[in-house]
Design a protein around this ligand. Structure first.
Ligand code: FES
Ligand SMILES: [Fe+2]
Length: 414
């Protein structure tokens, strides 16, 4: 259980909120590069941390992510004309470049240049810096200078070494992230189509540690052998997870607003292109990726159709849930808790130890940020880690080993 106040601190992400301000200190994925591939092509809508924005690529190939509302009389820039190195509002013709500067003000009668200059200055719009990595457009929405881009392994690989998809989860980001670090649910929610041999045994050991990139959650299962089967999962600030599976996988739970999350899911192979079997599985909707409605980020299986639950399949025992796909099982259950779960009403159990610790560490990160202390993940190289599975002797001291076990020999930037 969490106090209502701390629940709000951890979950709310709009401008000025503690978590919203902390998250803005990191690079955030805004769109696929392919959505704005064309210079002077149509702008697209982007919503991040409750802010409505539009993204466009200008005549010179630069990316602009600016406020959706024109600063003149607040019309939507989505309808704008993308022309000659700027986006022009179609209401009265004001034009903005990728830095947010008003570069043309055609709707006023001729005035002396100084007056025009000062009017244009007062009409500057919000604009956020963008870079492209791994087929995505990323933005920095925080104060001051942008940090170096983190060395996330899957972003450093050639394009055909990874498969990236996304879909919208209609719930708060923290519900989705907590689901990613909730070890006991693997035994139940994903049972039936879970190839994990640890299925059927819930973890007995938990170790959670704060570290330079974020947190590590280690869960140990006891199969009655001489060793304990450990699963170490890394949470990289502020919303990344690397999954210990084959091929490797990753998630990013990016807040659209308090009630919606863009879930990016990635499969990747560090040393070779993904093969056909891996691509077929990724595209099937059986794995972590969602099959979406045409030209949308909404799953074919969504809350309005009860995720096409198959009760006969559920009754057959072949699937615990009757829901197709790991990703949709998670999505369905996380959305079923409500758009923003009231954690003051929970009744937590011993198996929730990792979740409790994760919340405490996130609250600590918020306090540190508010006090001006360093935040995790400032060193881009600290992201060179992987989630892993390993067998360790029963008397191993996980508290001591935890940070060294996840360090990975990740190839240098290509
Ligand atoms: S509202 Fe955009 S130019 Fe007037
Ligand atoms: Fe899951």
């Amino acid at each position: 259980m969490l106090s209502t106040e701390n629940n709000a601190r951890l979950t709310k992400v709009s401008l000025g909120t503690p978590m919203g301000m902390l998250m803005r200190r990191y690079w955030t994925p805004a769109a696929f590069s392919s959505e704005v591939a064309e210079r002077d092509g149509p702008p697209i809508r982007v919503r991040l941390f409750g802010e409505d924005l539009v993204l466009f690529r200008d005549t010179s190939g630069r990316l602009g992510l600016i406020a959706d509302q024109c600063p003149h009389r607040l019309a939507s820039m989505f309808f704008g004309r993308n022309e000659d190195n700027g986006l022009r509002c179609v209401y009265h013709g004001l034009k903005f470049d990728v830095t947010g500067a008003c570069t043309d003000l055609p709707c006023v009668p001729p005035v002396v240049p100084q007056v025009m200059e000062s009017m244009q200055k007062s009409l500057r719009t919000t604009a956020y810096l963008c870079v492209e990595r791994a087929g995505l457009v990323w933005t920095y929405m925080g104060p001051g200078e942008a940090p170096a881009f983190p060395d996330l392994e899957w972003t450093l690989l050639p394009e055909n070494y990874r498969y990236v998809s996304r879909h919208i989860q209609e719930c708060n980001w923290l519900q989705a992230l907590e689901g990613g670090f909730d070890a006991p649910h693997l035994t139940f929610l994903h049972a039936g189509d879970n190839p994990d041999p640890t299925r059927g045994i819930v973890p007995s050991f938990y170790e959670v540690a704060a570290c330079d990139f974020g947190f590590i959650v280690a869960t140990g299962r006891d199969f009655g052998k001489e060793t304990i089967s450990w699963n170490l999962n890394v949470m990289l600030m502020p919303f990344h997870k690397i999954i210990s599976t084959t091929p490797h996988a990753a998630h990013m739970w990016v807040p659209i607003d308090d009630a919606n999350t863009m879930l990016y899911s990635i499969d990747f192979q560090p040393h070779r292109p993904l093969n056909e079997t891996e691509i077929v599985r990724a595209e099937s909707g059986d794995w972590i990726h969602s099959e979406n409605l045409p030209n949308s980020d909404i799953g074919v299986r969504n809350k309005r159709n009860d995720y096409l639950i198959d009760r006969a399949l559920q009754a057959s025992g072949k699937s615990f849930t009757g829901l197709k796909g790991f990703g949709i099982q998670d999505c369905a259950i996380q959305e079923s808790m409500g758009t923003l779960v009231d954690r003051s009403r929970e009744h937590l159990l011993p198996g929730d130890a990792a979740i409790i610790k994760l919340r405490q560490l996130l609250l600590q990160a918020l306090r540190d940020h508010e006090e001006g202390k360093p935040i995790p993940g400032s060193d881009p190289q600290s992201y060179r880690v992987r989630s892993i599975r390993c067998e360790l002797p029963r008397d191993s001291n996980m508290a001591q080993l935890i940070t060294t076990l996840v360090k990975a020999d990740i190839a240098p930037t290509t």
